[in-house]
Design a protein around this ligand. Sequence first.
Ligand SMILES: [Zn+2]
Length: 173
Amino acid sequence: MSDKLPDLIDPLMLAERRSVLSGAINIAALERLSDVVAESDGYIEVEVVFGKEGKRPMVSGRIKTTLAIECQSCLLPMPWPLDIAFKLGIVSSIDEADRLEIDCEPLLFNGEKISLNGLIEDEILLALPDYPKHEYDCMIRRSSKNSDYDQQDSQPKADNPFSVLAKLKKTGE
Ligand SMILES: [Zn+2]
């Protein structure tokens, strides 16, 4: 998983050649994503396939990683596994994007090389929820833990098993 991926690519040329790019991208290399995650070590597994559907040049691919993102309820980092499949039709204008005949998202390409890292980053950011939260109710669990603790603390000392033991010891003497 140490294959180096090129950053700047010409998707049309790669589609003509039916190229496949696969490798890993360090999370730290993606600035916008690094701002969102709680930890930016680790990497993203990427496979990108270029080709054509009919006359339409296409980019499709798969992105796999596990990010550490902050739960918006309890603010603790939590593992967030991602397995994203994407499919983009390469277009040269907004008009062409509107007329995209295949069921996929447009990728605007005006002849200037585009950033593969940026494309992968966009797909990941789109796949992340706005308010990521633990699947269980982490705040209720947290507050009930606290109230248990309070209860124990406010119990009268006589109920403490150690003081009962101490009493038994005394009577035995
Ligand atoms: Zn949480």
